[in-house]
Design a protein around this ligand. Structure first.
Ligand SMILES: O=C(O)CCC(=O)C(=O)O
Ligand SMILES: [Fe+2]
Length: 340
């Protein structure tokens, strides 16, 4: 990367963070024009998300694929993750493994670690979306809560936890009046989204495994949030469905669908307390590393189930880490990988 291109990319990212799309595009276009691969990757990501540039997932995938064919190993890796998720292209697990293997052969340490994590869990063969659905234990009838014990390998949990650690920030809730995201004392834990750029095939394999457990297509799984609760931090009583009676949520509900289920993966278990509590039934679940809990938020006809009221109780000692997503009734867009 030339020094000039690096400075232009930094400027573009700063403009983006301030919400100045015009200046962001001007700076990035100049860096792209110099042929700089990092600039071209950044432009492809914004094109994928529809951030600053118009959204065009296919063009984004093609740009990444061209860079990969030119020997750019970061593009091989990103292209592999896009192939796995089917972002801008057809889902293609064999092609994803192939791209990641090429990146590893080029000496990419991230790609090597990814492949050895897949290999260590015997996940190197079939697309995880085709695996047998894991076996469920019914934990609660009202609300419906299923537990899938130890379905995510502990090494994968650690990988996800570590990939999220640099991005942790204060958690938000949705304001029922405006639909905006606001900080709220009811949610004192921290949260991160791992952007596609920092995702690996492990992130895909986890989403695919969860989709099997929830018996839904992978594209109905919302990009997950990684939650961290330090001692005393909590996510107080709440619902995860989108309330159809709140006008501010109507557009989102139409575009992205209802949140029918909440899958939670416990990424660690070295803490005291920190159960997931179901307030209407007075029960709580304490997860072990790799356990998947699936809570049903809706009844027949995707109507909200008010029995689904739940909370993340505070750990009294240690840190609790959770992978948290939602199953929606409609396919999710690539741009959600950068939004909370
Ligand atoms: O951390 C927990 O146990 C609950 C998390 C939760 O309710 C959520 O992510 O929506
Ligand atoms: Fe929740």
């Amino acid at each position: 990367m030339t020094g000039n291109a690096a400075a232009l990319i930094d400027a573009a990212l700063a403009h983006d963070a301030r919400g100045d799309a015009g200046a962001a595009v001007a700076a990035l276009d100049e860096a792209v024009a110099s042929g700089d691969p990092s600039a071209r990757i950044q432009a492809a990501l914004w094109t994928l998300y529809g951030a600053n540039y118009p959204r065009d997932e296919t063009a984004a995938f093609r740009a990444i694929d061209t860079l990969a064919a030119d020997g750019e190993r970061r593009a091989m890796r990103l292209g592999a993750v896009m192939r796995a998720f089917g972002l801008g292209c057809r889902r293609d697990w064999a092609g994803a493994l192939d791209g990641m293997t090429r990146a590893a052969e080029q000496g990419d340490p991230f790609a090597r670690a990814d492949l050895s994590l897949l290999d260590g869990a015997n996940a190197y063969g079939d697309d995880p979306a085709l695996w047998q659905p894991p076996r469920a234990d019914l934990f609660l009838q009202k609300p419906r809560v299923e537990i899938f014990r130890a379905v995510i390998p502990a090494q994968w949990c650690l990988h996800v936890l570590q990939s999220a650690r640099p991005f942790m920030a204060g958690a938000h809730v949705k304001d029922a009046r405006t639909g905006a995201r606001t900080a709220d004392p009811m949610r004192t834990n921290s949260v991160a989204i791992v952007e596609l750029w920092d995702c690996s095939l492990i992130h895909y394999a986890i989403a695919a495994r969860v989709a099997r457990a929830c018996r839904c297509p992978v594209d109905r799984i919302e990009p997950p949030k990684i939650l961290r609760y330090q001692a005393g931090e909590t996510y107080r009583d709440h619902f995860d469905f989108i309330d159809p009676d709140v006008p501010a949520f109507a557009a989102e509900l139409r575009a992205r669908g209802q949140r029918t289920k909440t899958p939670l993966i416990y990424l660690n278990d070295s803490y005291v307390g920190g159960e997931t509590a179901f307030l209407k039934s007075g029960t709580a679940f304490r997860g072990r590393t790799g356990d998947l809990l699936v809570l049903r938020n809706t009844r027949a006809g995707d109507k909200p189930d008010r029995d689904s009221l739940h909370a993340g109780l505070p750990p009294t000692q240690g840190e609790k880490w959770v992978w948290s997503s939602r199953v929606r009734t409609r396919p999710q867009l690539a741009r959600l990988w950068r939004e909370f």
